[in-house]
Design a binder for this molecule. Sequence first.
Ligand SMILES: Cc1cc2nc3c(=O)[nH]c(=O)nc-3n(C[C@H](O)[C@H](O)[C@H](O)COP(=O)(O)O)c2cc1C
Length: 189
Amino acid sequence: MAKVILLNSSPRANSNTQDVLEVCAEEIEKNGVEAEIISLRGKQIQSCVACNGCAKTGNCVLNDGLDEIIEKIRQADGFIPAAPVYFGTARGDIMAALQRIGKVSRGNDKFLEWMVGGPIAVARRGGQTLTLQEMTMFFPINNMIIAGSTYWNMVFAGPEGTALDDSEGIATIKLFGQNVANIIKKLVD
Ligand SMILES: Cc1cc2nc3c(=O)[nH]c(=O)nc-3n(C[C@H](O)[C@H](O)[C@H](O)COP(=O)(O)O)c2cc1C
């Protein structure tokens, strides 16, 4: 069965980003594609050190748990990174993770090519569009396919549990999830 990995970069236990990803994952599964949410919570994700070790070993040489996540993405058909907005941009660890995931893919089996997905940004008040732009850069350079929706994949949420109150944001995420699943199914056909 085709599968999508959704990556949550919030460090919080009761994360709004997690709530949004659960909505997205449910839509993906309703449309016949498996979905698994993975969290970076508790991990200390380092930035790429440009050693090119991954070109020799097929995986990142840094030992902080990202390799296990890379392996899951390698086996998947879709990838959705999600970030809370911190000071107008994406939380740092998601960018560190994306840069290392991309480097491993490009230096080896190019497992990201033709994977379907797109980024999601969650914030209390502002900065989602720049955060989406930051994360979107990862997709075309890795020859991936970005799914659309009727708005950008942004949700407003401040205190814990408030993401679901942003009905327009949640509707956007639902359609995005449906589109990711349906594009994957078309590609697999
Ligand atoms: C260090 C820090 C910086 C933040 N910067 C912004 C910001 O620039 N814009 C904004 O709207 N919210 C900002 N927030 C609020 C979070 O984006 C918001 O609470 C979001 O829902 C958190 O998602 P999470 O629950 O998944 O961690 C910031 C929060 C923290 C901890």
